[in-house]
Design a protein around this ligand. Structure first.
Ligand SMILES: [Zn+2]
Ligand SMILES: [Zn+2]
Length: 79
């Protein structure tokens, strides 16, 4: 990986991703500017996997394990 720009399918919708794509944190009411690189991805695979939802979040809304708050909560409850 490490591409600046690529397209992925997320929830049946085609979106642009990659660290060259500007975005804002997907947490409600958060306006932090990020990009759609893997460093801001919830989960480990663009588009989502069993580890995360595929959303993109700022450092404050992504846990140390690269999960957004909602996914981290689900993982905690499953543990
Ligand atoms: Zn998530
Ligand atoms: Zn945020």
């Amino acid at each position: 990986m490490g591409y600046a720009y690529y397209e992925i399918i997320r929830n049946g919708e085609k979106i642009e991703a990659g660290y060259g794509v500007e975005a804002v944190c997907e947490k409600a009411d958060c306006t932090e500017k990020i990009d759609r690189g893997l460093g801001y991805l919830c989960g480990k695979t663009p588009g989502g996997d069993e580890h995360g939802c595929g959303g993109y979040f700022c450092g404050e809304h992504l846990t140390y394990d690269n999960q957004c708050e909602a996914c981290a909560k689900v993982a905690d409850e499953a543990a």
